[in-house]
Design a protein around this ligand. Structure first.
Ligand SMILES: [Zn+2]
Ligand SMILES: [Zn+2]
Length: 458
């Protein structure tokens, strides 16, 4: 059996591993994500294997760095089936449609620019219609803890990865050999999704290492910090802006705000969820409450745990613009999470230069993003072509991550019995992985960091 690392190897995004049985050439691929680091973007446009030869694609979860190249795979002749859990299919559908829309908008913009300047035309990876075509290939049949037999002799076992709704880690078996792929593992303190399950045994294991270099601040402390930031801002009658990812983070935020409200801790205010994508995702959450932590289930049965009297859902652009007429005590939740684009930029324009307001960052800000610049205390920023002074108070809350931290990763890996094989580290920055490897080797594991396109036999 061979595993080839085709993404997230010595980098974080573009997750993809290809498993081939050398005896009969049968194949299973795990994830087919988009490369999101600028330096690896070029890899998105090439597939250097025969897409027609892939029998199955198994999806660990719906984040774009794990499923974001599926429409491109289908455009390149993939004829197999895509196997995942039901919520992963539902989430992948809305997230891929959103990505396809953004890609075609960017393409049109870049094309105009290129024609004007007589430059080389841009390439379009896929658009919304390619996404719609790809939906026919999905089979949302995976269930946690139940083996699923594929027609090419492989068996897939999915276990809860506790990362986002529907996420799993998978064990793939054939002829007495088995490989485990972690996908992304979750932060155990998060309020909604269940905690990860533990791996039992395998010949080889591929595990993510996103936070292999640090432990998160506790969720409880972060929640207190979050409430304090809101309360403080309201004392000066300011507004609070929360740039948020649409999946999981936006729901965690709404869930906490509803809790603060019920506990009488949230001062009277107006909360706006200004993200059609986050609204779609929230509706998928409500339909799948059986996937959540036990104590949440009665809440879901009683009603919508993301709703409370101060909340307004903003649908169209006009409504979104009207939020800026509310001059004080508004909490505005909008995307994008790293200020790449989206409705949050308009709200920033109206609020960032006033000292009574606050921006609360609740997620990771990648290098080079506007979010990172603001977090790193740049005093002057450019938003939608205009210069602004950053006078609003900036808060960064670190404990709301959807990823396992260093201790949790080690706890998860330590559960596995590796027959003679290796623990392979993927989905992390190279430096982080090197440090993490050194620590993990001390616990007795044989640890390896595969390169992009490297094949490992087991
Ligand atoms: Zn993920
Ligand atoms: Zn990931």
């Amino acid at each position: 059996m061979i595993v080839k690392s085709l993404g997230a190897a010595k980098n974080v995004t573009g997750s993809c591993h290809l498993l081939t049985d050398e005896n009969d050439g049968s194949t299973v691929m795990v994830d087919f994500g988009l490369f999101q680091e600028r330096e690896f973007e070029e890899r998105n446009h090439t597939i250097d294997f025969d897409a027609k030869s892939i029998n199955y694609l198994i999806l660990t979860h719906a984040h774009i760095d794990h499923c974001g190249r599926i429409p491109f795979l289908i455009k390149n002749g993939f004829k197999g089936r895509i196997i995942c859990t039901k919520p992963t299919y539902q989430l992948a559908k809305v997230l891929l449609l959103d990505t396809g829309k953004i890609m075609s908008e960017n393409y049109k913009y870049e094309l105009k620019k290129a024609l004007r300047r007589n430059e080389e035309k841009p390439r379009l990876l896929y658009d919304e219609s390619d996404v719609l075509d790809s939906l026919d290939y999905f089979d949302p049949v995976l269930e946690y803890d139940k083996p699923y037999e594929l027609k090419n002799g492989f068996t897939v076992e999915a276990y809860d990865a506790g990362h986002i709704l529907g996420s799993c880690f998978v064990k793939i078996k054939k002829n007495g050999k088995s490989a485990i792929f972690s996908g992304d593992l979750g932060n155990k303190e998060k309020p909604i999704v269940r905690n990860f399950e533990y791996p039992d045994e395998a010949d080889i294991i591929y595990t993510e290492t996103t936070y292999g270099d640090r432990n998160h601040r506790s969720f409880k402390e972060s929640k207190e910090e979050f409430l304090a930031a809101i309360t403080e801002t309201f004392k000066n009658n300011g507004n609070v802006l929360i740039p948020s990812y649409a999946t999981e983070r936006a729901q965690d935020i709404l869930y906490m705000l509803r809790e603060f409200y019920e506990q009488g801790l949230l001062p009277k205010c107006k909360v706006f969820l200004d993200s059609p994508l986050a609204l779609n995702v929230t509706n998928i959450f409500i339909q799948n409450f059986s996937y959540f932590k036990e104590d949440n289930i009665p809440l879901f049965k009683k009603g919508d745990p993301f709703d409370f009297p101060y909340l307004s859902i903003v649908k169209d652009i006009e409504e979104s613009k009207n939020i800026n007429k509310v001059s004080e005590r508004a909490v505005i939740i909008a995307g994008s999470g790293m200020l790449h684009g989206g409705r949050i930029l308009h709200h920033l324009k109206h609020n960032i230069w006033k000292k009574e307001n606050a921006v609360i960052f609740v997620g990771y800000q990648a290098k080079g993003t506007l979010g990172r610049k603001i977090v790193e205390k740049e005093k002057k920023v450019r938003i939608l072509g205009e210069n602004f002074e950053v006078n609003a108070k900036i808060y960064t809350i670190n404990g709301f991550s959807s990823h396992a931290d260093k201790n949790e990763l080690t706890e998860w890996i330590s559960a596995v019995k590796i027959k003679p094989g290796k623990v392979c580290l993927v989905h992390g920055d190279e430096e982080v992985m090197n440090n993490y490897k050194a620590g993990l080797e001390k616990t007795g594991f044989a640890v390896y960091i595969p390169c992009y396109k490297e094949e490992i036999r087991f």
